[in-house]
Write a protein that binds this ligand. Structure first.
Ligand code: SF4
Length: 328
């Protein structure tokens, strides 16, 4: 059976990609409208560390003399175009945003990439447009310390990219919330999540498989926690279109062969082999249909093993076919 999340997911978002006109030039981006109705699955908390720093809109762009981690360590500074030092203000603004996100129960955030404040995976450090470094901005460095699930705004630019980030986010939240107190708990969690990890990080999946095979019945908590952290880390890694397609096809063929899909209405599903070229929208459509079919038929679709459904729909489905109905 797929694992189901029913609660709305609290998620932070850089305010400027949530259509708030808070950029230095008073403009904004719109990364979230492509979510359409799916946006209702989330409770968004938009934050802007530069606004909370009191820098105002419009304002002069800022630049860093080193990565955000160095700014927090006191070895790099933040200045505006006129050379005014705004380091303390930006650190304070970033802390205020982090406090607000914690109050909102956030553990995942959509960040504006390349920003000297919000950037996580790359940040513009110098004054020139092309001076980007691998590293985080000031607020981004704080976010990295939290251990949250961080999503670049570019993930929302393409439906397949977003599908991949969303399914990994749901899997990550599910594992983060799960009690892992005994060896059996980590075995069970691995059984649900291994297909994604095999897809995103095969060497790690093989290592975890070996470690699980050697795990004593009463493994120490520290070892269980380390294994959980490894899996959570693997769930943060993006997949690729060919890998997603291959995994979807393998899961589908396996389900067909084992007979678990027999007698099930597959609607307009075509699921081609990985060699057949398929446009991106068709691929996303087929993945979404497989998620729905697995939910409606209590099947584990390994490519997307944790899905979010509205609590009322889950309750209606359970009423329709109670879990023990098939036991008779
Ligand atoms: S990138 Fe971050 S600091 Fe910059 S405008 Fe957007 S929300 Fe504000």
């Amino acid at each position: 059976m797929p694992e189901i999340i029913t609660a709305k997911v609290p998620i932070g978002v850089s305010a400027c990609v949530y259509r708030c006109p808070v950029r230095y030039n008073g403009k904004s981006f719109d990364a979230v409208s492509m979510l359409g109705r799916e946006g209702q699955d989330f409770a968004f908390t938009p934050v802007c560390p530069e606004c909370m720093a009191g820098l105002g809109v419009p304002r002069m762009p800022i630049h860093l003399s080193g990565p955000g981690q160095d700014v927090l360590a006191g070895t790099a500074r933040v200045k505006d175009r006129r050379g005014h030092d705004v380091t303390e203000a930006l650190v304070a603004g970033s802390r205020a945003c982090l406090d607000a996100l914690e109050r909102a129960g956030v553990r995942a955030m959509i960040v504006k990439e390349a920003s000297p404040s919000c950037g996580v995976f790359k940040a513009r450090v110098g004054r020139k447009r092309n001076e980007q470094i691998e590293g985080a901005g000031v607020f981004g460095a704080m976010l990295l310390d939290t251990g949250w699930f961080l999503i670049p705004d570019s993930a929302l630019a393409n439906p397949l990219l977003w599908w991949d980030w969303r399914r990994r986010l749901h899997a990550w939240l599910w594992l983060s919330d799960r009690e892992i107190a005994r060896s059996k708990d980590i075995y069970d969690a691995w059984h649900v999540l291994k297909f994604i990890v095999q897809e995103t990080d095969r060497p790690l999946a093989d290592r975890i498989g070996r470690e699980l095979a050697a795990l004593p019945t009463n493994a120490p908590q520290a070892l269980l926690d380390a294994m959980r952290d490894d899996i959570l880390g693997a769930l943060r890694k993006p997949s690729t279109r060919p890998r997603i397609k291959q995994a979807m096809w393998k899961t589908y063929v396996h389900a067909k062969k084992s007979g678990t899909l027999s007698g099930i209405d597959l609607h307009d599903l075509t699921v081609n082999s990985p060699e057949v070229s398929e446009n991106l929208m068709q691929l996303v459509k087929e993945l979404t249909v497989l998620e729905r079919v697995s939910f409606e038929n209590d099947l584990l679709f390994g490519t997307s093993p944790v899905i979010r459904r509205d609590g009322r729909r889950v309750a209606a489905r359970e009423k329709e076919s109670p879990p023990d109905a098939s036991a008779t």
